[in-house]
Design a protein around this ligand. Sequence first.
Ligand SMILES: N[C@@H](CCC(=O)N[C@@H](CS)C(=O)NCC(=O)O)C(=O)O
Length: 246
Amino acid sequence: MDQVDLFHAEPASNSLKVLQAIHEKGVPFTSHYINLTKFEQHDPAFLAINPAGQVPALLHRGRVLTESTVINEYIDAVFDGPQLRPADEYDRAQMRIWTKYVDEVFRPALSFLAWHRVIPGMVASLSAEEFEAKLARIPLREKRGKWRLAASGGFAAHDLETWRFQLEDTARRIETALANGDWLVGNAFSLADIAVFAMALSMPKTYPEFANITATPRMLDWLQRMRARPGVAAALAMPNHSNLPG
Ligand SMILES: N[C@@H](CCC(=O)N[C@@H](CS)C(=O)NCC(=O)O)C(=O)O
């Protein structure tokens, strides 16, 4: 089996998504850790890999692939090992509804709320000039705006409230899906579980008001089942240098 190079941050969020797929499939890989707290994602060396300045990025046979959801489907399609996409086309479509929901709703809500909590402290030690210099290196315009708003504690109250509603809905959705079986789609472990777990794993700690033994008992069991999988456990055991949000 050939190997891949993976550029990633902590085993959390989008990096954890791809780390789980790689470990579950047993794909040999070289890990390149990008330290987001040191803004290494904006270093010219990394921008040469991903001009958007974001992790994860995969290098396979001299070609780069970005976007964690796309990377995971590619890994599953190209490498041997257990199948992570359901064979049944309807179930595969259901899996994609989950991965789309994670990318479009769940992950942004979680990410904006985490940035709101963490970024002001992270940039507090920088002078205004140093902060502007860091911003100037960010290739994506919308990311620059996100940094600026988060750093000043400037997210609108109604947005913060909407993101919290979305997290509450997400916990309910997960709980409802698990009424049909041990895994989110078609009674088999899939990329849907991988994508949702990458974002949901800390919810019982960070958002106990939404994910708890009374409101979401099946979700809590599923989180344990996920952690018990050797591939997922190996992904979670990757070095964790910070608690930076995605
Ligand atoms: N849609 C992309 C999003 C990638 C993304 O937002 N990555 C985050 C880490 S989870 C990142 O690189 N953040 C640092 C930054 O944007 O400066 C994907 O799914 O791979």
